[in-house]
Design a protein around this ligand. Structure first.
Ligand code: UDP
Ligand code: MG
Length: 152
């Protein structure tokens, strides 16, 4: 198995609902190593770049607004970004985080325990982001972190 790096973000709902510590606690039960952590101001440009693969989806605009904190009363939204490293890190973190749809996610996962679907706009407010595959992980880590901010 390969040593991988993966990106985690605490989304605005997770921040607002004070689930940051809980999410880190669950991730810390893995064998993975935390190698970077940073609070990053989120601009529309960064949000759109982060989710560039979803451009064109009907929910894209509301997803960006969610990410900017607009549905949680957060102004000048800043998100905690983390990088975890270890064997199979991408899949390991995804397992702890759970499936995209919180209603379908394993109830033991972070999203399954705490995520919900916003009844007004259908956006899946699922507490935490985790890179979906190795290619996304590499792209996303480069988007959120400078090389020198990663402790390797
Ligand atoms: N999302 C949503 N509705 C959908 C699909 C996705 O609200 O039908 C949101 C959800 O917050 C999700 C994010 O868009 O986490 C990114 O979607 P992706 O398919 O990449 O899911 P993820 O990789 O986050 O599990
Ligand atoms: Mg994804």
């Amino acid at each position: 198995m390969a040593i991988e790096k993966t990106l985690v973000l605490i989304k605005p709902d997770g921040q607002k609902r004070k689930l940051t510590g809980l999410a880190i606690d669950r991730l810390e039960r893995s064998e993975l190593e935390l190698i970077a952590a940073k609070v990053v101001p989120v601009t529309r440009k960064l949000a759109e770049e982060h989710y560039e693969a979803l451009k064109g989806k009907p929910f894209f605009e509301n997803l960006v607004r969610f990410f900017l904190g607009e549905f949680h009363g957060i102004k000048n939204c800043k998100l905690l970004a983390l990088v975890y490293k270890g064997e199979n890190a991408v899949a390991e973190v995804r397992k702890i985080v759970g499936a995209t749809n919180p209603e379908e996610a394993d109830p033991k996962s972070i999203r399954g325990s705490f995520g919900k679907i916003n009844p007004k706009n259908g956006i899946m407010e699922n507490v935490i982001h985790a890179s979906g595959n190795l290619e996304d992980a590499q792209r996303e880590i480069a988007l959120w972190f400078k090389k020198e901010d990663i402790a390797e």
